[in-house]
Design a protein around this ligand. Structure first.
Ligand code: AHG
Ligand code: MN
Ligand code: MN
Length: 315
Protein backbone atom coordinates (compact mmCIF):
# COMPACT_ATOMS: atom_id res chain seq x y z
CA UNK A 1 0.00 0.00 0.00
CA UNK A 2 1.02 3.61 -0.59
CA UNK A 3 0.38 5.94 2.33
CA UNK A 4 -0.40 9.63 1.98
CA UNK A 5 3.10 10.37 3.28
CA UNK A 6 4.70 8.15 0.58
CA UNK A 7 2.50 9.70 -2.10
CA UNK A 8 3.29 13.27 -1.06
CA UNK A 9 7.03 12.49 -1.05
CA UNK A 10 6.74 11.28 -4.65
CA UNK A 11 5.04 14.46 -5.93
CA UNK A 12 7.11 17.13 -7.64
CA UNK A 13 5.87 19.92 -5.42
CA UNK A 14 7.50 22.14 -2.85
CA UNK A 15 7.92 20.33 0.50
CA UNK A 16 6.12 23.19 2.27
CA UNK A 17 3.10 22.77 0.00
CA UNK A 18 3.09 19.01 0.65
CA UNK A 19 3.14 19.74 4.38
CA UNK A 20 -0.02 21.85 4.03
CA UNK A 21 -1.77 18.76 2.61
CA UNK A 22 -0.48 16.73 5.59
CA UNK A 23 -1.86 19.35 7.95
CA UNK A 24 -5.31 19.25 6.37
CA UNK A 25 -5.22 15.44 6.36
CA UNK A 26 -4.39 15.41 10.08
CA UNK A 27 -7.18 17.90 10.83
CA UNK A 28 -9.60 15.76 8.80
CA UNK A 29 -8.64 12.58 10.66
CA UNK A 30 -9.32 14.36 13.95
CA UNK A 31 -12.67 15.74 12.73
CA UNK A 32 -13.61 12.20 11.61
CA UNK A 33 -12.90 10.96 15.15
CA UNK A 34 -15.01 13.67 16.75
CA UNK A 35 -17.94 13.08 14.36
CA UNK A 36 -17.91 9.35 15.06
CA UNK A 37 -18.80 9.87 18.71
CA UNK A 38 -20.58 13.25 18.65
CA UNK A 39 -24.01 11.75 19.34
CA UNK A 40 -22.56 10.04 22.44
CA UNK A 41 -20.53 12.99 23.72
CA UNK A 42 -23.45 15.35 23.10
CA UNK A 43 -21.55 17.58 20.66
CA UNK A 44 -24.56 17.87 18.35
CA UNK A 45 -27.21 20.49 17.64
CA UNK A 46 -26.88 24.25 17.36
CA UNK A 47 -24.03 26.28 18.82
CA UNK A 48 -26.37 29.22 19.41
CA UNK A 49 -24.49 31.56 17.08
CA UNK A 50 -24.84 32.64 13.48
CA UNK A 51 -21.82 33.07 11.21
CA UNK A 52 -21.06 36.14 9.11
CA UNK A 53 -23.31 34.75 6.38
CA UNK A 54 -26.31 34.69 8.71
CA UNK A 55 -26.38 30.89 8.95
CA UNK A 56 -26.98 29.13 12.28
CA UNK A 57 -23.73 27.50 13.39
CA UNK A 58 -23.91 23.93 14.63
CA UNK A 59 -21.74 22.89 17.56
CA UNK A 60 -19.77 20.67 15.17
CA UNK A 61 -19.22 23.55 12.71
CA UNK A 62 -17.49 25.43 15.52
CA UNK A 63 -15.58 22.37 16.80
CA UNK A 64 -14.38 21.49 13.28
CA UNK A 65 -13.27 25.07 12.69
CA UNK A 66 -11.28 24.98 15.97
CA UNK A 67 -9.62 21.70 14.96
CA UNK A 68 -8.54 23.13 11.59
CA UNK A 69 -7.33 26.32 13.26
CA UNK A 70 -5.17 24.45 15.78
CA UNK A 71 -3.58 22.19 13.14
CA UNK A 72 -2.88 25.14 10.86
CA UNK A 73 -1.32 27.05 13.77
CA UNK A 74 1.23 24.25 14.14
CA UNK A 75 2.43 24.42 10.53
CA UNK A 76 5.00 27.21 9.98
CA UNK A 77 4.28 27.11 6.22
CA UNK A 78 0.78 28.60 6.67
CA UNK A 79 0.32 32.30 7.37
CA UNK A 80 -3.34 32.97 6.53
CA UNK A 81 -6.60 31.10 7.14
CA UNK A 82 -9.94 31.91 5.54
CA UNK A 83 -12.85 29.90 6.97
CA UNK A 84 -16.58 29.79 6.38
CA UNK A 85 -16.97 30.05 10.14
CA UNK A 86 -14.73 33.11 10.65
CA UNK A 87 -15.87 36.59 9.59
CA UNK A 88 -12.38 37.81 8.68
CA UNK A 89 -9.26 36.18 7.31
CA UNK A 90 -6.95 35.16 10.18
CA UNK A 91 -3.29 36.19 10.11
CA UNK A 92 -1.46 33.31 11.80
CA UNK A 93 1.65 33.72 13.99
CA UNK A 94 3.74 32.08 11.28
CA UNK A 95 5.02 33.93 8.22
CA UNK A 96 4.67 30.92 5.89
CA UNK A 97 4.09 31.05 2.14
CA UNK A 98 0.64 29.49 2.08
CA UNK A 99 -2.96 30.55 2.57
CA UNK A 100 -5.66 27.97 3.31
CA UNK A 101 -9.36 28.66 2.60
CA UNK A 102 -11.71 26.11 4.13
CA UNK A 103 -15.25 25.00 4.74
CA UNK A 104 -14.39 23.04 7.92
CA UNK A 105 -17.68 21.16 7.90
CA UNK A 106 -19.77 21.03 4.75
CA UNK A 107 -23.31 19.68 4.78
CA UNK A 108 -24.38 20.85 8.23
CA UNK A 109 -28.01 19.89 7.58
CA UNK A 110 -26.88 16.25 7.42
CA UNK A 111 -24.89 16.30 10.66
CA UNK A 112 -27.45 15.11 13.14
CA UNK A 113 -28.86 12.40 10.84
CA UNK A 114 -25.61 10.46 10.26
CA UNK A 115 -25.37 11.26 6.55
CA UNK A 116 -22.01 12.07 4.89
CA UNK A 117 -20.53 15.50 5.60
CA UNK A 118 -17.04 16.77 4.79
CA UNK A 119 -14.19 19.29 5.01
CA UNK A 120 -13.24 21.25 1.87
CA UNK A 121 -10.04 23.27 1.40
CA UNK A 122 -8.08 25.31 -1.12
CA UNK A 123 -4.38 26.28 -0.96
CA UNK A 124 -3.10 29.59 -2.35
CA UNK A 125 0.13 31.62 -2.34
CA UNK A 126 -0.31 33.94 0.66
CA UNK A 127 1.85 36.66 -0.92
CA UNK A 128 -0.71 37.14 -3.72
CA UNK A 129 -3.49 38.42 -1.48
CA UNK A 130 -6.84 37.09 -0.32
CA UNK A 131 -8.82 37.53 -3.53
CA UNK A 132 -7.32 35.19 -6.14
CA UNK A 133 -9.24 33.30 -8.84
CA UNK A 134 -9.45 29.50 -8.69
CA UNK A 135 -6.86 29.18 -11.46
CA UNK A 136 -4.28 30.44 -8.93
CA UNK A 137 -4.87 27.51 -6.57
CA UNK A 138 -1.72 25.52 -5.75
CA UNK A 139 -3.75 22.60 -4.46
CA UNK A 140 -7.16 21.63 -3.15
CA UNK A 141 -8.92 18.76 -1.49
CA UNK A 142 -11.70 17.50 0.68
CA UNK A 143 -12.39 14.83 3.26
CA UNK A 144 -15.73 12.99 3.07
CA UNK A 145 -16.89 11.47 6.35
CA UNK A 146 -19.05 8.60 5.14
CA UNK A 147 -19.03 4.84 5.75
CA UNK A 148 -15.28 5.35 5.22
CA UNK A 149 -13.34 8.60 5.56
CA UNK A 150 -12.07 9.51 2.09
CA UNK A 151 -9.50 12.19 1.34
CA UNK A 152 -9.31 13.47 -2.23
CA UNK A 153 -6.42 15.74 -3.20
CA UNK A 154 -4.99 17.57 -6.18
CA UNK A 155 -2.01 19.76 -6.97
CA UNK A 156 -3.54 20.45 -10.39
CA UNK A 157 -2.67 17.79 -12.94
CA UNK A 158 -4.55 14.84 -11.40
CA UNK A 159 -6.70 13.96 -8.39
CA UNK A 160 -5.94 11.06 -6.03
CA UNK A 161 -8.16 9.45 -3.40
CA UNK A 162 -7.09 8.05 -0.02
CA UNK A 163 -8.99 6.08 2.63
CA UNK A 164 -8.40 6.39 6.38
CA UNK A 165 -7.45 3.01 7.84
CA UNK A 166 -7.96 1.69 11.39
CA UNK A 167 -4.56 2.96 12.50
CA UNK A 168 -5.36 6.55 11.47
CA UNK A 169 -3.24 6.44 8.29
CA UNK A 170 -4.50 7.57 4.89
CA UNK A 171 -3.86 4.86 2.27
CA UNK A 172 -3.92 5.58 -1.48
CA UNK A 173 -7.02 3.89 -2.93
CA UNK A 174 -7.35 5.58 -6.37
CA UNK A 175 -4.20 7.05 -7.95
CA UNK A 176 -5.88 9.06 -10.70
CA UNK A 177 -9.60 9.76 -10.57
CA UNK A 178 -11.34 10.03 -13.90
CA UNK A 179 -14.81 11.50 -14.29
CA UNK A 180 -16.50 9.75 -17.23
CA UNK A 181 -17.36 12.18 -20.06
CA UNK A 182 -20.88 10.82 -20.32
CA UNK A 183 -23.29 10.20 -17.47
CA UNK A 184 -27.00 9.84 -16.79
CA UNK A 185 -27.07 11.08 -13.19
CA UNK A 186 -27.75 14.66 -12.10
CA UNK A 187 -27.85 16.38 -8.71
CA UNK A 188 -29.91 19.52 -8.06
CA UNK A 189 -32.32 20.66 -5.37
CA UNK A 190 -35.54 20.32 -7.40
CA UNK A 191 -37.63 21.96 -4.65
CA UNK A 192 -36.25 25.23 -6.07
CA UNK A 193 -37.59 24.60 -9.58
CA UNK A 194 -39.99 27.55 -9.56
CA UNK A 195 -37.00 29.84 -8.90
CA UNK A 196 -34.73 28.47 -11.67
CA UNK A 197 -33.57 30.37 -14.73
CA UNK A 198 -34.51 29.24 -18.25
CA UNK A 199 -31.22 27.37 -18.86
CA UNK A 200 -31.53 25.24 -15.71
CA UNK A 201 -35.19 24.58 -16.48
CA UNK A 202 -34.38 23.58 -20.05
CA UNK A 203 -31.52 21.26 -19.11
CA UNK A 204 -33.40 19.48 -16.30
CA UNK A 205 -36.58 19.15 -18.41
CA UNK A 206 -34.53 17.29 -21.05
CA UNK A 207 -33.20 14.92 -18.38
CA UNK A 208 -36.65 14.30 -16.94
CA UNK A 209 -37.93 13.53 -20.46
CA UNK A 210 -35.35 10.73 -20.53
CA UNK A 211 -35.31 8.42 -23.53
CA UNK A 212 -38.36 10.18 -24.98
CA UNK A 213 -36.60 13.60 -25.00
CA UNK A 214 -33.65 15.16 -26.86
CA UNK A 215 -31.08 13.63 -24.49
CA UNK A 216 -32.24 10.21 -25.72
CA UNK A 217 -31.47 8.38 -22.49
CA UNK A 218 -33.01 7.82 -19.07
CA UNK A 219 -31.57 9.84 -16.14
CA UNK A 220 -31.50 9.35 -12.39
CA UNK A 221 -31.49 12.16 -9.83
CA UNK A 222 -29.39 12.02 -6.63
CA UNK A 223 -29.16 14.87 -4.09
CA UNK A 224 -27.45 14.25 -0.74
CA UNK A 225 -27.45 17.91 0.29
CA UNK A 226 -23.77 17.79 1.27
CA UNK A 227 -21.71 19.17 -1.61
CA UNK A 228 -18.83 16.93 -0.55
CA UNK A 229 -20.95 13.77 -0.83
CA UNK A 230 -22.53 14.78 -4.14
CA UNK A 231 -19.16 15.75 -5.67
CA UNK A 232 -17.46 12.63 -4.32
CA UNK A 233 -20.04 10.46 -6.09
CA UNK A 234 -19.41 12.40 -9.31
CA UNK A 235 -15.62 12.02 -9.01
CA UNK A 236 -15.99 8.28 -8.47
CA UNK A 237 -18.60 7.44 -11.13
CA UNK A 238 -19.61 10.58 -13.06
CA UNK A 239 -22.64 12.82 -13.06
CA UNK A 240 -23.35 16.53 -12.75
CA UNK A 241 -23.92 18.79 -9.74
CA UNK A 242 -25.84 22.05 -10.11
CA UNK A 243 -26.39 24.88 -7.65
CA UNK A 244 -27.22 27.58 -10.21
CA UNK A 245 -28.13 31.19 -9.73
CA UNK A 246 -31.91 31.36 -9.17
CA UNK A 247 -34.34 34.19 -8.50
CA UNK A 248 -33.77 33.87 -4.76
CA UNK A 249 -29.99 33.34 -4.67
CA UNK A 250 -29.20 35.90 -7.41
CA UNK A 251 -29.17 38.81 -4.95
CA UNK A 252 -26.35 37.07 -3.07
CA UNK A 253 -24.56 35.83 -6.20
CA UNK A 254 -25.45 32.18 -5.63
CA UNK A 255 -25.67 29.69 -2.75
CA UNK A 256 -22.20 28.14 -2.53
CA UNK A 257 -19.09 30.02 -1.59
CA UNK A 258 -16.38 30.59 -4.22
CA UNK A 259 -13.15 30.42 -2.19
CA UNK A 260 -13.80 27.26 -0.16
CA UNK A 261 -16.58 25.39 -1.98
CA UNK A 262 -16.70 26.27 -5.69
CA UNK A 263 -12.97 26.69 -6.41
CA UNK A 264 -11.54 23.60 -4.69
CA UNK A 265 -14.28 21.35 -6.06
CA UNK A 266 -13.90 22.79 -9.58
CA UNK A 267 -10.12 22.22 -9.47
CA UNK A 268 -10.60 18.59 -8.35
CA UNK A 269 -13.25 17.89 -10.99
CA UNK A 270 -11.14 19.48 -13.75
CA UNK A 271 -8.06 17.54 -12.58
CA UNK A 272 -10.14 14.38 -13.04
CA UNK A 273 -11.16 15.35 -16.58
CA UNK A 274 -14.49 16.99 -15.81
CA UNK A 275 -15.70 20.58 -16.36
CA UNK A 276 -17.11 23.42 -14.30
CA UNK A 277 -19.12 26.52 -15.13
CA UNK A 278 -21.05 29.32 -13.47
CA UNK A 279 -23.23 29.38 -16.59
CA UNK A 280 -21.09 32.23 -17.95
CA UNK A 281 -17.49 31.10 -17.39
CA UNK A 282 -15.41 28.43 -15.68
CA UNK A 283 -15.83 28.65 -11.91
CA UNK A 284 -12.01 28.87 -11.75
CA UNK A 285 -11.93 32.10 -13.78
CA UNK A 286 -14.16 34.11 -11.43
CA UNK A 287 -12.13 36.89 -9.78
CA UNK A 288 -13.38 37.25 -6.20
CA UNK A 289 -14.27 40.61 -4.68
CA UNK A 290 -14.78 39.35 -1.10
CA UNK A 291 -13.66 36.30 0.89
CA UNK A 292 -17.14 34.89 1.51
CA UNK A 293 -18.35 35.59 -2.04
CA UNK A 294 -20.96 33.20 -3.40
CA UNK A 295 -21.01 31.76 -6.90
CA UNK A 296 -23.27 29.63 -9.11
CA UNK A 297 -21.71 26.16 -9.45
CA UNK A 298 -22.24 23.56 -12.17
CA UNK A 299 -19.63 20.79 -12.37
CA UNK A 300 -19.05 17.18 -13.34
CA UNK A 301 -19.03 15.01 -16.47
CA UNK A 302 -17.81 17.06 -19.43
CA UNK A 303 -20.68 16.20 -21.80
CA UNK A 304 -23.34 17.11 -19.24
CA UNK A 305 -21.67 20.40 -18.27
CA UNK A 306 -21.35 21.20 -21.99
CA UNK A 307 -25.11 20.69 -22.39
CA UNK A 308 -25.74 23.18 -19.55
CA UNK A 309 -23.30 25.64 -21.16
CA UNK A 310 -25.17 25.25 -24.46
CA UNK A 311 -28.43 26.11 -22.68
CA UNK A 312 -26.83 29.25 -21.19
CA UNK A 313 -25.55 30.13 -24.67
CA UNK A 314 -29.04 30.11 -26.14
CA UNK A 315 -31.00 31.74 -23.25
P1 AHG B 1 -22.73 24.24 4.57
O1 AHG B 1 -23.28 23.12 5.40
O2 AHG B 1 -21.23 24.32 4.65
O3 AHG B 1 -23.41 25.56 4.80
O4 AHG B 1 -22.96 23.88 3.02
C1 AHG B 1 -24.19 23.36 2.59
C2 AHG B 1 -24.27 23.47 1.09
C3 AHG B 1 -23.77 22.26 0.34
O5 AHG B 1 -23.12 21.32 1.09
C4 AHG B 1 -24.99 21.66 -0.28
O6 AHG B 1 -24.73 21.24 -1.58
C5 AHG B 1 -26.00 22.73 -0.25
O7 AHG B 1 -25.61 23.63 0.73
C6 AHG B 1 -27.37 22.19 0.05
O8 AHG B 1 -28.29 23.15 -0.23
P2 AHG B 1 -29.88 22.92 0.01
O9 AHG B 1 -30.05 23.18 1.47
O10 AHG B 1 -30.52 23.93 -0.88
O11 AHG B 1 -30.21 21.50 -0.38
MN1 MN C 1 -20.51 24.00 2.72
MN1 MN D 1 -19.76 24.49 6.38
Amino acid sequence: MTTLTDWLAAQTVDAGLASVMQTMAAASAEIARVLRSAAITGETGLAGHTNVQGEAQKALDVISNDIVLSHIGENPEISILISEELDEAVQMQNQGRYLVATDPLDGSSNLDVNVTVGTIFSILDASKGLLQPGTAQLGAGYAAYGPATSLVLTFGPRAAAFTLDDTGTFQLTTAALSVPRASAEYAINTARERLWDAATRGYVAENVAGETGPAGKRYNMRWVGSMVADVHRILMRGGIFLYPLDSETSAKGGRLRLLYEGNPMALLVQAAGGRSTTGQQSVLDVVPTSIHQRVPVVLGSADEVARVEAWYGRT
